[in-house]
Ligand binder design. Structure first.
Ligand code: GDP
Ligand code: IMO
Ligand code: MG
Length: 429
């Protein structure tokens, strides 16, 4: 019963969508276990190009069952639109299922996300404004609405009435904005419930059955480890756990079931939104990386902040996730650069440190210590074996393996499925 957890190892947008789409062809189940439509997973395959927010990137597989599990969070209208869109492009969505335990984003969550960001002023997190933080806060505060609630007409009204009254009090008395009408919210969400009903299951049972049948399962992470609320650059983080541990609580999977933890690393670094990024390049090189890599957000279209590979953060990510192998993506974006830099330590208050600081104030003061390595002058887009790569690209990958702390199993050299080098095979033969 092999379970591969596919985990964003940096600040998100590492290329998880491409990797999951590619691996999904060989597995029987793909489970999205965290985040909501703050995620944007790009998939390019025979059906075209897609920027998926909620539907697992395994949906294009000819055999995999796809699950949106309890640790994820859904905005029903966004999910329904996404299902309609992929269906209209010829994709079979009959194997898509949603956990009855998955929480739902409500209209007030979107309002609060925007209002709270405004309150933060210059210290804004730069959220995607999709209501993610307020919705997960309600889950923990035991005020959330779950997918299962949308299928219970009387139960939903009973559940929603006091919650909305409380939210309206805050909206009107603290933020001075208009309250939401109970009947409107209720009627809207009951309709979503009717449309979602065919997809809703107790997905824990489905997962258990798949594992009993010794099927291969992929756990699809969203966001990245450095956005984890416990271990990331708090408070500049998201609100659910993108990590390997999150795959367990986010799907109802015992930790001992995970057989392989695949960390997805970009060959350099990007970040969208606020918060410290030690290797950020605010110069011509940063702009060059953005333009070469078309580094603009899949969800919000915002320019991604770009910088050199941060090995201090990468090593930390390996430790807290227990990566068994890494996928290194977007190597081709570095083609043609005369030289590259890897940040191997930080300088903080005159000292060299190798540990990733917990304190945001310290992190903001850290300066990168770089080692410089030679680039390569030929295209890597057509490489299909490690030996096809130019020598300096091979050296760069080997150096990344050393600093990350685990071997690379996959090297990605382009957006398309086939633009991939399988250095170590992690799939069924
Ligand atoms: P995700 O959120 O981790 O799924 O990543 P995104 O889809 O937000 O961003 C990754 C971007 O890189 C997408 O546009 C992908 O199509 C693209 N991509 C993935 N792997 C590669 C690669 O190896 N080379 C290039 N050039 N683009 C890639
Ligand atoms: P994928 O799955 C990159 C970032 C936001 C913001 C912070 C909090 O595509 O890798 P939120 O809306 O979650 O409250 O925003 O987290 N963020 C992402 N950055 N990729 C993502 O997802 C992200 N999801 C959230 O930009 O800085
Ligand atoms: Mg993305």
């Amino acid at each position: 019963m092999p379970v591969i957890a596919v985990i964003g190892a940096q600040w998100g947008d590492e290329g998880k969508g491409k990797i999951v789409d590619m691996l999904a062809e060989k597995v029987q189940m793909v489970v999205r276990f965290s985040g909501g439509d703050n995620a944007g997973h790009t998939v390019v395959n025979q059906y075209g190009e897609f920027g998926l927010h909620l539907v697992p990137s395994g949906i294009f597989s000819t055999q995999a069952t796809c699950v949106i599990a309890n640790g994820a969070i859904i905005k029903p209208d966004v999910l329904l639109k996404e299902i309609d869109l992929i269906r209209s492009r010829g994709v079979d969505t009959s194997r898509l299922f949603i956990s009855n335990r998955t929480h739902v984003i409500m209209p007030y969550h979107i309002l609060f996300d925007g209002l709270e960001e405004e309150v933060r002023g210059g210290k804004a997190i730069g959220t995607t404004r999709k209501g993610i933080g307020p919705a997960y806060a309600d889950k923990i505060a035991r005020m959330g609405i779950r997918v299962g609630d949308l299928l219970d007409k009387d139960g939903l009204l009973e559940r929603l009435r006091p919650v909305l009254e409380y939210k309206n009090n805050i909206l009107t008395k603290i933020f001075n904005v208009k309250p939401l009408a109970l009947d409107e919210v209720y009627n809207e969400y009951i309709k979503y419930g009717e449309r979602l009903a065919p997809y809703v299951r107790d997905t824990v049972t489905m997962l258990e059955a798949a594992l009993d049948r010794k099927e291969w399962v992929l756990m699809e992470g969203a966001q990245g480890t450095m956005l984890d609320p416990d271990f990331g650059t708090y408070p500049y983080t998201t609100s659910s756990s993108p990590m390997a541990g999150g795959a367990c609580t986010g799907a109802g999977l015992g930790p001992s079931r995970i057989t392989h933890v695949l960390g997805i690393f970009k060959a350099y670094c990007t970040r969208v939104g606020g918060g410290p990024m030690t290797t950020e390049l605010k110069d011509e090189m940063g702009n060059a990386l953005r333009e070469r890599g078309h580094e603009y957000g899949t969800t919000t279209g915002r320019a991604r902040r770009c910088g050199w590979f941060d090995a201090v953060a990468a090593r930390y990510s390996t430790i807290i996730n227990g990566f068994t192998t890494a996928a290194i993506t977007r190597l081709d974006v570095l083609d043609g650069l005369p030289s590259l830099k890897i940040c191997t330590a930080y300088r903080l208050n005159g000292k060299t440190i190798h540990e990733f600081p917990a304190s945001i104030a310290e992190l903001e003061k850290c300066q990168p210590i770089y080692e410089e390595v030679p680039g390569w002058q030929t295209s890597t887009n057509d490489a299909r074996h490690f030996e096809d790569l130019p020598e300096n690209a091979r050296r760069y990958v080997k150096r990344l393996e050393e600093v990350i702390g685990c071997p690379a199993s996959i090297i990605s050299v382009g957006m398309r499925r086939e633009q991939t080098i399988h250095k170590i095979n992690i799939l069924p033969q």
